[in-house]
Design a protein around this ligand. Structure first.
Ligand SMILES: [Zn+2]
Length: 227
């Protein structure tokens, strides 16, 4: 004779504090994220915003969709300043829709085709192609971090449409040279340590083996002697 049921299951009220605590992100998204090292991030397969102390081993621009098969120009500590300048002078920027940043093609007369999803808006802006930073922590593990146009512009400190303008009124030095020096300093020896903030995303199968892992750069803090 049982007067009480063995177990009970009932729907929780969405306002229930226990449910809220359970669903709440463990770290506030507005904060700086958790500080991890590269090896811990990889072994824990941590999802979320992460702060890492890293050294930058290599950098490359992602190829344009039309030259996906061309070899990617990889810049590292062995690349001279001129090589970095060459990479920035090449296919490093593109003209895209001013609203959604989709790359726009031109017709035979050099007129940009409209971005159909964004019509009637037809603004055109220049964007950096996303870059890929290869970074390492204290261990041997390396991460490839995607650098979207906006954080990339912050690193290079030069707007993508003004690379060929002078860096200061009356100066012979162009902004592209300033950007090349900043990128070169990031890669050059002796290696400096940077603090980067990334968004980490692991997609795992039922055995928690990663199916895919994505790391996107949100911010990179340069040491004061690089600013
Ligand atoms: Zn668009």
């Amino acid at each position: 004779m049982h007067s009480t049921p063995w177990s009970s299951a009932h729907r929780l009220d969405p306002a229930d504090q226990h449910l809220r605590d359970f669903l709440a992100p463990r770290h506030s998204p507005a904060g700086d994220g958790v500080e991890l090292d590269v090896d811990t991030l990889l072994s824990q397969k941590y999802n979320g915003v992460v702060e890492l102390r890293v050294q930058v081993a290599a950098f490359s621009f992602q190829n344009s969709p039309s030259s996906q098969n061309a070899p990617r120009l990889l810049l590292d500590s062995s690349t001279p300043l001129n090589g970095v300048l060459e990479a920035l002078s090449g296919d490093a920027t593109y003209a895209g829709c001013g609203r959604c940043s989709a790359e726009l093609s031109t017709d035979a007369n050099g007129i940009y085709s409209p971005c159909y999803p964004c019509l009637p808006l037809t603004g055109v802006r220049r964007y950096y192609r996303p870059g890929v930073l290869t970074v390492s922590g204290r261990g041997y593990s390396q991460l490839c971090v995607l650098a979207p146009p906006v954080p990339l512009q912050k690193i290079l400190k030069a707007p993508p449409d003004k690379l060929h303008r002078s860096s200061a009124p009356g100066s012979q030095v162009k902004l592209i040279q300033v950007a090349a020096e900043r990128l070169h300093a990031l890669l050059s020896l002796p290696k400096k340590t940077f603090v980067i903030t990334i968004r980490s995303h692991f997609l795992c199968d039922e055995n928690s083996a990663p199916l895919s892992q994505d790391f996107t750069l949100l911010d990179l803090q340069l040491p004061t002697d690089c600013k």
